[in-house]
Design a protein around this ligand. Sequence first.
Ligand SMILES: Cc1cc2nc3c(=O)[nH]c(=O)nc-3n(C[C@H](O)[C@H](O)[C@H](O)COP(=O)(O)OP(=O)(O)OC[C@H]3O[C@@H](n4cnc5c(N)ncnc54)[C@H](O)[C@@H]3O)c2cc1C
Length: 420
Amino acid sequence: METYDLAVIGGGASGLAAALAAAESAQTKGYPVRVAVLEKNPRVGKKLLTTGNGRCNLTNMHLTPDCYHGDVPAAGAILRRFPPGKIVRLFRSEGLFCRELDGGRVYPYSLQASSVLNTLRRGLESCGADMICDFPVNRIENIPGGFAAVSGDRKVKARKIVVATGGKACPQSGSDGSGYALLHPFRHSITELRPALVQIRTDAKRTRPLKGVRCIAVASLLAGGKTFQKAEGEVQFTENSLSGICIFELSRLAGESCAETLEISLDLAPEYHSDELARQFHAQAERFGSGPASALAEGMLNRSLASEVVKTALDGASVPAGLLSGGDCAGIAAEMKDFRFPVLGTLSWQNAQVTAGGVPLAEVDSGLQSRFCQGLYLCGELLNVDGGCGGFNLQWAWASGITAGLAAAEALVPAGKGET
Ligand SMILES: Cc1cc2nc3c(=O)[nH]c(=O)nc-3n(C[C@H](O)[C@H](O)[C@H](O)COP(=O)(O)OP(=O)(O)OC[C@H]3O[C@@H](n4cnc5c(N)ncnc54)[C@H](O)[C@@H]3O)c2cc1C
């Protein structure tokens, strides 16, 4: 049985950050520790490579507590200790240059997620850490002097363990929720889990004619007709769902069970007042004569979208533009400003970017050590913290991973080592 000082279960963003922080801090104190990352996939960092459409939006300089959900106050203390600027400086000290683009989003300068992964792997290799892949941990045993991470008939022994197995989102990248079961023997609880940052499912009859269309809109989530949350950006229509970053932002609430009817309202012309649009359409209607009424909206919208908006406004009636009344034109303008879709839930874990819910932060201390088992640390998406789009989830993964890694290293290095 291989023996390490620290075994990190899960070679994703938070696990790699935890392992690197632990290995480097112990080395700096002149007391190198043996660190292993245990990963179920054939390679570490599979999900990391897909983040930010392959560019890896690794943090966001405009971080505020509003960007997070779950156990926000406790998470805030960790995020304040390792804010975005510090994460960027830490990556720079490992050799990775970053650049800030729109909305405070930070990417590797190369705009390649592989640069981030390679930086972490190189750092770990230079500390002599092992990355043991094809090692799905199915049990953690408490043994004298530490723990054994068990994978079938193989075991790795370690004095301390960091569990960084992620959540249930995007199971095709490895994080299939199996990590939660590892914690049951230690009496940890898991809050309700829901897919977040995910497409919102709606009536396929409404979206099918628009499949593939993209538009810029202000999207509002309505409950019982009242606005709950708003987001602005690109909306994409798929076979049976609404997608795009602003829809992702609304998906956390859309997935919650709610007694009231949920709808998405799209304002397809946010810069214009409906009266202005109605006047313009009415003035043009006569000129468009026997042409289709949808031509009026085509001056603003994608052709398929214009056709659907006008069809909905006119209850499916096929009226030539020249015969539209002032009321019809006002109806088309109103539809453009409030184009509604019923919410039928969200798409599944396969489509989700993150997990809402997880292990409550009340069950770990400020170094993310389990309050139920000394020497066991938790970090990343496994915990009850999730962020909005824009780099906030990786920011949490880095900050929580580093916190757990440093605390584990601190507990491994004998008192007095590294002190001056
Ligand atoms: C398509 C996509 C794009 C995204 N883009 C961004 C973005 O641009 N910016 C952003 O901030 N966030 C983004 N996210 C979210 C972000 O990737 C995650 O929040 C983050 O990776 C979570 O890190 P983690 O280490 O907690 O979990 P993960 O990255 O999921 O890592 C968990 C690791 O543990 C391994 N594992 C699981 N169970 C076991 C086990 N039993 N034994 C051994 N190994 C195990 C998994 O294989 C995996 O490698 C994106 C997510 C997706 C799916």
